[in-house]
Design a protein around this ligand. Structure first.
Ligand code: NDP
Length: 313
């Protein structure tokens, strides 16, 4: 099968880093980037991170829209999106990376490592309170591919773990207490000492990490956001920390990325910001999965990671 003409499109990042991977896997492939797309009718496959509004609609022979990440919010916000299959990446390495990050973020605060970093820098031998993982409940909002793996790992470490999803789970995870829907949210939050946001960004989940959610968490809770910046209402977080209701936040994503130098999160004693690095997929995996998905679509099969646009994930 002749390799398709591929467009690497983004309005915010330079997608050239993906070119060598496509050229290695499919020598001779026609790969184009956002600014030099040439004749649009040749393009059959668009590989995207936040494509400019309207650009995909200008490709009349597009067969597949592939996200380079697990989220597709950056694609679905294009109001002119053509009605073609949209796929997210499904990648065991991404899952492993996210699992490691969230376990670290939970342990870091629950075992008080920020204090030990300060003690170590000052040459002070001092014990902080030691609480067993079994006395600490981690609540994972979003029990999908990533949240499920994170839940399993935290159970294995010995934490009490609960998860919240949109629909009830037909195949509950051993050792995990399940909640779902708006009706299950209050009970889920009431018992959560560390809240992990691993939700996709949709109309329903935008602003999930806000005043109302924080109010329902027990005093002293820690919030970890590895979803999207728009899940968090920044002012509400600052207020909840200032009041002492929340004890800290670990944020891998922010509304504006990179986070501006002057942003109050940077110098806040109780906020730890990382630059959207919780997890990544290699260019080789993106290229391989994209081309496999293209072959599936051409053969009339369902591609891997196809999302349901009605739900937004
Ligand atoms: P999935 O689509 O596999 O899972 C999403 C989960 O969220 C499902 O359990 C779903 O419920 C639940 N959900 C969706 N909407 C709601 C809602 N309204 N109320 C309650 N639960 C809801 O996603 P992934 O696990 O693969 O990824 C999650 C997100 O993580 C991505 O969308 C992306 O934004 C983010 N991410 C961040 C990265 C980083 O580096 N920081 C890297 C990779 C991903 P149900 O099971 O009922 O469908």
């Amino acid at each position: 099968m002749k390799p398709p003409c591929v467009a690497l499109v983004s309005g915010v990042i330079d997608m050239r880093f993906l070119m060598p991977a496509f050229e290695t896997i499919a020598p001779g492939i026609d790969v184009r980037i956002t600014d030099v797309l040439g004749e649009r009718d040749k393009i059959e496959l668009a590989v995207c991170w936040a494509p400019p509004q309207g650009l995909l609609a200008s490709m009349p022979n597009l067969r597949l829209i592939q996200s380079i990440g697990a989220g597709v919010d950056h694609i679905l916000k294009d109001s002119t999106l053509p009605p073609k299959p949209v796929c997210r990446i499904v990648d065991p390495d991404m899952t492993a990376g996210m699992t490691a990050y969230v376990c670290w973020a939970v342990i870091n605060r629950q075992r008080r490592f920020p204090a030990y970093c300060a003690h170590s820098a000052a040459g002070v031998w001092q014990e902080e309170a030691i609480e067993s993982p079994s006395g600490h409940c981690v609540g994972i909002a979003g029990l999908g591919r990533l949240g499920t793996a994170v839940a399993r790992a935290l159970v294995a470490i010995g934490y009490r773990v609960q998860g919240w999803s949109r629909q009830p789970k037909t195949d509950p995870l051993p050792g995990v207490t399940h909640f779902h829907g708006k009706a299950g949210l209050e009970d889920f939050l009431a018992r959560t000492d560390t809240l992990v946001c691993l939700l996709p960004l949709t109309e329903e989940t935008t602003g999930f990490l806000g005043r109302e959610t924080f109010r329902q968490l027990p005093p002293g809770a820690h919030v970890i956001n590895v979803g999207r910046g728009a899940h968090l209402v920044e002012r509400d977080l600052l207020d909840a920390l200032a009041s002492g209701h929340l004890s800290g936040a670990t944020l891998d994503t922010t509304a504006v990325e990179p986070l501006p130098q002057t942003h109050p999160f940077w110098r806040h004693q109780q906020i730890l910001v990382t630059p959207h690095i919780a997890s990544r997929t290699s260019p080789a995996t993106i290229a391989r999965q994209t081309l496999d998905n293209y072959r599936h679509v051409c053969a009339g099969r369902i591609p891997s990671g196809q999302i349901d646009p009605r739900h937004g994930y």
